[in-house]
Ligand binder design. Structure first.
Ligand SMILES: Cc1cc2nc3c(=O)[nH]c(=O)nc-3n(C[C@H](O)[C@H](O)[C@H](O)COP(=O)(O)OP(=O)(O)OC[C@H]3O[C@@H](n4cnc5c(N)ncnc54)[C@H](O)[C@@H]3O)c2cc1C
Length: 511
């Protein structure tokens, strides 16, 4: 059997690994000049930076992505280390204490910072444990069979029952339920800026999952109760590129082919079934199965054409809520930044009004770095990403695709400068000591990912909305990746692509 994959991001590479392992012939077509999509890397003057990810969730042994890598036989080739991130707010920071007597040190720190909310804080942490228990049971049920799976599902349902009345609450309402302090509410909601999703539109029961406690302290045990396990946060040594290299090697060893600079302009349809692809350079290839990743509108409407698709599906594709983009400045520096930022990944927030900040971003008002940014220093873990004694670091923040004043092309240098001025409040003299600089605007990301609207993490997790189903109305055409029903984020995409491949294999076996 032969498959074609459109796009070499993490979704396409994961799918290809499953296919070659099952004896399929596979070809990947990538429009950019490099493999990897936003998990690719960029290089300049001896420095290497990741385009996308920083820390990843659930990649450890026995965790969801770790299990998938074991299934694919590559777990021991992708080296990760457990690590943590920190948040800094205008009037307090959430660095872990030097010595902690409590695994839930954040809970105790919050009680000191917000004594009026002490009861609510205890309640929130009970809720946190319960939600982690529910997810752990769901995951165990997925990997179990027969009676054991049924038993786990019943146990999960019983735990879910008391939280069911909160099912329709948005995350703002959920935080108001636990905390009076708006600042404390913001602590748990600011990460939604990364999803460019206002708290009033994000599901309340999702709050614990966007604030996994283990992501703030690498020493917090992952088992937090008799049944509950929360995910670890890890850095992939060598950066995302080292994971991409392992996946590519697996595909090539399995006989798969990968092409860059090949844009698929048409998916060829005959009698309601996908039969092949046609590239912009007129390369044509036929296959039994086509897996497409990338932009839902671009792939499903532009390369197929509405006439081949049912009206309700076209409406669904048009309706998909997308995140906004980012402004990213990669620097190569010749000094040690760790006296100023000791952790690899720190989020600096300049506002507590995250709802307003996100809504403004969605209408093109760019905050110029004042409302928040992230500084990531991968060379803390992987010094080989920079010349000896130097560091590679990245400063980024969310940014609109279209600016309300001027264009990204005109304002690229000016807005990168402004972002670095904000970052210099943390690490002084960044600009003066920069030996290499790469600025990536939303316009650049559009080119890298072949999107008309660059969505940082793909589909925005807006309540009541879902991504495009993997199984499309066109026979033998499946849609995967960040704008599919997987939703955003590497762990979701990898896990969901794995599930989808198993579904596809079952369907092909039946027919
Ligand atoms: C800066 C940044 C930070 C992030 N941080 C995190 C994080 O901390 N945690 C997390 O979980 N997630 C994070 N994400 C999100 C996550 O990285 C992405 O959701 C995920 O990698 C997307 O994978 P994908 O395969 O769906 O898409 P992509 O990586 O975009 O790959 C799709 C590929 O398809 C190609 N393509 C599209 N159309 C065509 C065509 N017609 N012909 C040929 N090729 C085509 C594109 O060029 C692209 O290479 C981050 C993303 C970014 C950008």
């Amino acid at each position: 059997m032969k498959a074609i994959i459109i796009g070499s991001g993490i979704s396409g590479l994961t799918a290809a690994c499953y296919l070659v392992k099952s004896g399929w012939e596979v070809t990947i077509y990538e429009q950019f000049n490099k493999i990897g999509g936003v998990t690719g890397q960029i290089e300049k003057e001896g420095y290497i930076w990741d385009l996308g990810q920083m820390l990843v969730e659930g990649f450890g042994p026995g965790e969801p992505v770790g299990l998938i890598f074991s299934e694919l036989g590559i777990a021991d080739k992708i080296k990760t280390i457990r690590t943590e991130r920190a948040y800094v707010f205008p009037d307090f920071d959430l660095y872990k204490p030097e010595k902690s007597s409590d695994f839930f040190w954040r809970r105790e720190k919050f009680k000191k910072l917000f004594p009026d909310d002490a009861d609510g804080i205890d309640k929130y942490y009970k809720f946190y444990i319960k939600m982690m228990e529910i997810v752990t049971l769901a995951r165990k049920a997925e990997y179990s069979k027969g009676l054991k799976s049924i038993f786990l599902k019943i146990k999960m349902f019983l735990k879910l029952l008391p939280v069911l009345p909160k099912m329709k609450w948005n995350s703002q309402k959920m935080m108001e339920h636990f905390f009076k302090s708006e600042k404390l509410q913001a602590v748990f909601l600011t990460i939604l800026a990364d999803f460019v999703t206002p708290p009033t539109q994000f599901v309340g029961l999702g709050v614990p999952f966007i604030n996994p406690e283990a992501s703030f302290d690498e020493l917090v045990p992952l088992k937090i109760s008799k049944t509950g396990i929360h995910p670890s946060y890890r850095y992939i040594l060598g950066g995302m590129g080292s994971m991409v290299d392992v996946l590519v090697k697996t595909i090539e060893e399995g006989g798969g082919k990968l092409y860059v600079n090949k844009t698929v302009k048409r998916i060829l349809i005959e009698n309601g079934a996908a039969k092949g692809i046609l590239c912009e350079d007129e390369t044509k290839e036929m296959a039994d199965l086509i897996l497409a990743s990338g932009g839902a509108r671009e792939i499903l409407l532009d390369t197929i054409g509405k006439k081949h698709l049912p009206e309700d599906f076209v409406l669904k594709v048009k309706d998909i809520p997308l995140m906004e983009s980012i402004l990213m400045v990669h620097l190569g520096i010749d000094f040690d930044p760790t006296p100023h930022q000791k952790l690899s990944t720190v989020y600096y927030y300049g506002t507590y009004d995250i709802d307003k900040a996100i809504k403004e971003c969605r209408i093109g008002k760019y905050h110029e770095g004042r409302e928040g940014f992230v500084i990531f220093i991968p060379t803390i873990f992987s010094p080989e990403l920079a010349p000896s004694g130097h560091h590679a670091l990245t400063v980024y923040t969310i940014a609109p695709n279209i600016l309300d004043k001027g264009s990204w092309e005109e304002r690229k240098e000016e807005l990168a400068e402004k972002l670095l001025i904000e970052a210099e409040k943390v690490i002084p003299s960044l600009r003066e000591n920069a030996k290499a600089k790469v600025i990536l605007t939303p316009e650049d990301f559009k080119k890298i990912t072949h999107l008309k609207h660059h969505a940082f993490g793909g589909m925005a997790p807006i309540m009541g909305k879902s991504g495009i189903p993997h199984k499309t109305p066109i026979k033998n055409l499946w849609f995967i990746g960040a704008q599919s029903e997987s939703g955003a984020g590497l762990p979701n995409i990898i896990s969901d692509t794995s599930r989808t491949m198993k579904r596809i294999f079952k369907e092909f076996k039946k027919s």
